[in-house]
Design a protein around this ligand. Structure first.
Ligand SMILES: Cc1cc2nc3c(=O)[nH]c(=O)nc-3n(C[C@H](O)[C@H](O)[C@H](O)COP(=O)(O)OP(=O)(O)OC[C@H]3O[C@@H](n4cnc5c(N)ncnc54)[C@H](O)[C@@H]3O)c2cc1C
Ligand SMILES: *[C@@H]1O[C@H](CO)[C@@H](O)[C@H](O)[C@H]1NC(C)=O
Ligand SMILES: *[C@@H]1O[C@H](CO)[C@@H](O)[C@H](O)[C@H]1NC(C)=O
Ligand SMILES: *[C@@H]1O[C@H](CO)[C@@H](O)[C@H](O)[C@H]1NC(C)=O
Length: 537
């Protein structure tokens, strides 16, 4: 190296050093952040009406209002320097630009259902961009499409479709207060999964705010980014403003059923058989299992399995089909209820029969509880002795719920690389293990105990679940599958959770991240880092 180039390098190092020092100073400059916001947003819809800082009396109320898990809410003392409850897309753009410029981390929150609270907690100074108020839904039956803003809930989407048509629906989640901003970007599954796949399989366009505050659509973001935000967790790539979806066709009447069976009523054989049958049933049939320990009589416990079914058609046809394919269940006409498709979304959400579909518009998170979940994918059947071991483990844990969701059908037809969502063909079912408890059952003080019990049960299922990697479902976020400090950027530390969530799609996701957000502005404890240049092979 020549002397002149050395001195140029020294000058360059000095310049970049002073730039980073400058940035560091800016990072504590909250006033500059606040002053920045109005200069980047629509003057006719004042952003001041959207800014909440700890001095605003409703700050703590809004912070807590949209946090669904009391475990993560009450175990964290972290608070954002501000919550921006965007009232206009430009407010979201301004929040991105100004948070980046002034060194604050960004947490994006739509429905607040993140299992680990990553949409509202952080270990470094941060801002919450709350998308909850941006929830307009524009359904066009003629083209069978809809634009849905990120803050809308699945319940609102179902309701707005039903307002215009009784023969259209959309495949999304079972809980109707989930925000579609987070929900779709992790895949979004529900009772239409076997017929129509995931929410993202029916997403045809999106509006995404990138790290420079620009609004991109499918065309301007390009195929790679559009691929990544469908299943890769949009939060690593930008802010979803809205999704455009293709509606799906449903019959005017559908059928649902609930069949309970305890161990004494032959549940072990039935669950064993369900594993064989449910992934192969006609696509129009979806049977989810929900398992819970219950008191059998005064001094003994058992496991009760609820067979929840959905059929895109009428009851007599369903009974015929199940008598051929799954006679062991013994489904009767009296177990079945016929209703419109939108009423069936109310059934799945767990409301009592006859509840008005108006509950779908209720965005409040009522009766919140403390919970911790883990997920598994199964590619081979759990043998009967494995099921018996699961029953044993469950009976030791009060307040455990296990849900088994059948795969097959459309999920088998879509390739692993079609979207960023990797768990497709070859899976028989997906399982969620969940402990849920209330304040009166110990509240936050009982968290460590419940989490430990859940981990033990999960560990007991190791011989049967998917392995190398043991896969997990992003929407059932679980920091146990691997995590890093939110501001850490080392690629190596992300491979473990990256592969469990995304399998082989992880490397492509990291490559897309390097294209759209090379500076890694959008990050959290489980985000996708930019692929280091040397890691490409
Ligand atoms: C009771 C309950 C039932 C559920 N049922 C189902 C189900 O049936 N099917 C299913 O698939 N999942 C289900 N889930 C999981 C749910 O899909 C995820 O928790 C999902 O991430 C929630 O999205 P949200 O917007 O409500 O959550 P948030 O907490 O707001 O966000 C979750 C994640 O997405 C990011 N994010 C949110 N909004 C945006 C945005 N606009 N742009 C970019 N990133 C964003 C956040 O930063 C965070 O990382 C359920 C969850 C709960 C609590
Ligand atoms: C929060 O307080 C500031 C300062 O008093 C005020 O300007 C702003 O409008 C308040 N925000 C909201 C959403 O009311
Ligand atoms: C919430 O809890 C209360 C008291 O337990 C109960 O009466 C009410 O029905 C619950 N609401 C919902 C929507 O579950
Ligand atoms: C992350 O933030 C913590 C707390 O502010 C700090 O101590 C640490 O050095 C940061 N790490 C990185 C990689 O920036």
């Amino acid at each position: 190296m020549k002397a002149s180039s050395i001195s140029i390098s020294i000058v360059l190092i000095f310049i970049s050093l002073s730039i980073s020092l400058l940035r560091f100073n800016n990072s504590v400059d909250f006033d500059s952040f606040l002053r920045c916001l109005p200069t980047h947003s629509n003057p006719f819809i004042p952003i001041a009406d959207a800014i909440l800082t700890p001095t605003n009396s409703s700050f703590e109320y809004i912070y807590q209002l949209r946090a669904s898990n009391l475990r993560t809410l009450l175990s964290s003392t972290s608070r954002p320097v501000a919550i921006i409850t965007a009232l206009h897309p430009s407010h979201a753009q301004a929040t991105v630009v100004c948070a980046k410029r002034h060194g604050f981390q960004l947490r994006i929150r739509s429905g607040g259902h993140d299992y680990e609270g990553l949409s509202y907690t952080s270990n470094v100074p941060f801002v919450i961009l709350d998308m909850f108020n941006l929830h307009s839904i524009d359904v066009d039956i003629e083209s069978e499409t809809a634009w849905v803003q990120a803050g809308a809930t699945t319940g609102e989407l179902y309701y707005r479709i039903a307002e215009k048509s009784n023969v259209h629906g959309f495949p999304s989640g079972i809980c109707t207060t989930v925000g579609i901003g987070g929900h779709f970007s992790g895949g979004g599954y529900g009772f239409l999964m076997r017929k129509y796949g995931l929410s993202i399989d029916n997403v045809i366009d999106a509006q995404l705010i990138d790290a420079n505050g620009r609004i991109l659509n499918r065309e301007s973001m390009g195929d790679d980014v559009f691929w990544a935000i469908r299943g890769g967790g949009a939060t690593s790539f930008g802010v979803i403003l809205s999704w455009r979806v293709k509606l799906v066709r449903v019959p005017p009447r559908v059928t649902v059923f609930t069949v309970p069976r305890t161990l004494e009523q032959g549940a072990t054989d039935l669950v064993y058989r369900w594993q064989q049958v449910a992934p192969k049933l006609p696509k129009k049939i979806f049977i989810r299992l929900q398992l819970q320990p219950i008191k059998n009589n005064i001094n003994s416990r058992t496991v009760r399995v609820l067979f929840f079914g959905h059929f895109l058609g009428q009851a007599d046809r369903l009974i015929q089909l199940l008598n051929i394919n799954f006679p062991e269940l013994g489904l009767l006409g009296s177990d079945c209820l016929e209703m419109s498709w939108v009423e069936s979304t109310v059934f799945w959400a767990g409301f009592p029969t006859g509840t008005s579909i108006d509950v779908l518009l209720d965005r409040r998170l009522v009766n919140r509880s403390f919970f911790k979940s883990k997920s598994d994918y199964y590619k081979v059947m759990i043998p009967k002795q494995g099921l018996e071991m699961l029953w044993e483990a469950m009976m030791d844990i009060e307040d455990i719920i296990v849900q088994m969701n059948p795969y097959g059908g459309r999920m088998e037809e879509i390739s692993e690389s079609k979207t960023a969502f990797a768990q497709r063909g070859g899976n028989l079912f997906m399982v969620q293990y969940m402990v849920v408890w209330s304040e009166s059952e110990g509240g936050i003080d009982a968290a460590a105990r419940y989490v430990e019990l859940l981990r033990r049960l999960y560990s007991a299922m190791t011989p049967y679940a998917s392995s190398n990697p043991r896969e997990a479902f992003l929407n059932y976020r679980d920091l146990d599958v691997g995590s890093k400090e939110s501001n850490e950027t080392d690629f190596e530390n992300t491979k473990e959770y990256g592969t469990k969530y995304f399998r082989n799609n992880f490397i492509r996701l990291a490559g897309v991240k390097a294209m759209i957000d090379a500076e890694n502005f959008f990050k959290n404890e489980q985000s996708i880092p930019p692929l280091p240049v040397r890691a490409t092979h």
